[in-house]
Write a protein that binds this ligand. Structure first.
Ligand code: PLP
Length: 227
């Protein structure tokens, strides 16, 4: 098995190639290391190797890692977030990728406001329409942005989606393109104080296609740290 350094180098090469073929600048695409499958010492090694963006999907699993290493990285919460866990993640996770309902937005605002903080969020959108996936329906996003506009501690910086797992990653392209087109059409409506810039999309199986379609953050677990 390749070393962590080799895996990182290989991912960086693949990111650079995907940027090159689509005329994008590599500095516009950030790799987030998804460490949900791996123990604390692997997270330490990832940080040591120079990847500073770390993602976890459950607070229970993240807690010991964050307690030991929180100050060394920038933390992203990518899993389905229960409202009663918001108090645990505010002030620890700089980014939440899974805002998908009003009750969660209200709780994020409330807990962030109490802490005197803003919270940067991605709206999770279910572009593929699979009923196993969380996320707002694309046609619901405009109304949702209007509803949460008064919650001024919640800063919508991007959209997030997950594509179905496909044997041929090329088949995921319409999902990623759909998220980009949704972002662009929402920005025409100017519903947020600042335009929505970010697209959190692309995982181990499909990140090159996601980059070609405009991903600004790719969330990589297996390909970086194994399973
Ligand atoms: C687990 C997970 C990932 C990483 O998946 P890999 O296929 O291992 O790269 C990315 N995003 C989310 C939301 C996840 O839950």
């Amino acid at each position: 098995m390749a070393s962590l350094q080799e895996r990182i180098a290989s991912v960086q090469e693949r990111v650079a190639r995907a940027c090159a073929v689509s005329g994008r600048d590599v500095s516009d695409v950030k790799v987030i290391a998804v460490t949900k499958y791996v123990p604390l010492d692997t997270v330490a090694a990832v940080l040591e190797a120079g990847l500073t963006e770390i993602a976890e999907s459950r607070w229970q699993d993240a807690e010991p890692k964050w307690n030991a290493l929180g100050h060394k990285g920038i933390w992203h919460f990518i899993g389905h977030l229960q409202t009663n866990k918001v108090k645990d993640v505010i002030g620890k996770f700089e980014y939440i990728h899974s805002l998908d309902r009003l009750s969660l937005a209200r709780e994020l605002h409330k807990k962030a406001d109490a802490a005197g903080l803003d919270v940067k969020v991605f709206l999770q959108v279910n572009i593929s329409g699979e009923d196993t996936k969380f996320g707002l329906a694309p046609e619901a996003v405009e109304g949702f942005l209007k509803e949460i506009a008064p919650l001024n501690r919640v800063k919508v910086i991007g959209l997030m989606t997950m594509a179905p797992h496909e044997g041929d990653p090329e088949l995921t392209r319409p999902v990623f393109r759909g998220l980009r087109e949704l972002r662009d059409s929402l920005n025409q409506l100017a519903l947020t104080p600042e335009p929505i810039q970010e697209l959190s999309m692309g995982m181990s199986n499909d990140f090159e296609v996601a980059i070609q379609e405009g991903a600004t953050r790719v969330r990589l677990g297996t390909v970086l740290v194994g399973h």
